[in-house]
Ligand binder design. Sequence first.
Ligand SMILES: [Zn+2]
Length: 299
Amino acid sequence: MKRTPPDILTIDVEEWFHGHNYLEHVPPGSWEIQDRRVEANTERCLELLARHAVTGTFFVLGWTAERHPDIVRRIAAAGHEIACHSMGHPIVFRLTPQEFRDDLKRCREVLAAAGVDHVAGYRAPSFTITPPVHDYLHILREEGFTYDCSLFPVHHPRYGQPASPRHPFLLAPPDEDPCPERDPLLVLPMTTARILGVNVPFAGGGYMRLLPGWAYGMLRRIALRQGQSVVTYLHPWELDDHKPVTTQSKAMRWRSQSGQETVMEKLDGVLAQGSFRTMGDYAAGLRVDGLRSMALPLV
Ligand SMILES: [Zn+2]
């Protein structure tokens, strides 16, 4: 029997300055002296989820977990899934394979130090597992991850691969498989609504900030009808009305900060209407149902 696709709420647990839109304006060398707001904002997320009895998946940045292990413990204690969002928020396609592997290992260690031993999922910062580093998906499996949420089948200046699959699939292992005992990696592309032949993204915090609530709801219904699970992804700072002053251009500031004050109310509406599961539960169910297998390259 075909299952109804669920809604899945995912939170990338990082500070406001970790977004790549801030890279030039708040460089990594200055992160330690910035105003930290992730703890209070993650609490706001947890309170909202508790009010709706929704469990979500929190892709935690190792940098944050190392400085605020209590947040990781509070998320886990509330019954949510903890997944990995890298250690230092790199642009993955700029890393060598060894640097990518090292970053994964460090994040795992930091999460383990905070008490989280089981980490199945990964999401690349800004979805930057793109060609020519598609084969880094094999490294995820070698490092013990069982699912990935880094592919986004859309046009975007920094990421995206519009012709890649929209639906979940199992990634066929490489010909010379270094870990034949492991199951194939389950790849869960980010949600799109397909309209007039174009994959339309809508389920991220930026879209939630900038789109009116009715537009978000309409695109969500289209995606569900097309068999897509609706994976909403947000950052704790998007629930904050703090708008830092940086050297960003006016246009970039609008893109990075606009509409934050509307997100709590919109998210409240989304949580009230969906049927939510964690990404890990959804992934386990898909494996039971059986999925097609695909090899790299994907397009
Ligand atoms: Zn991120």
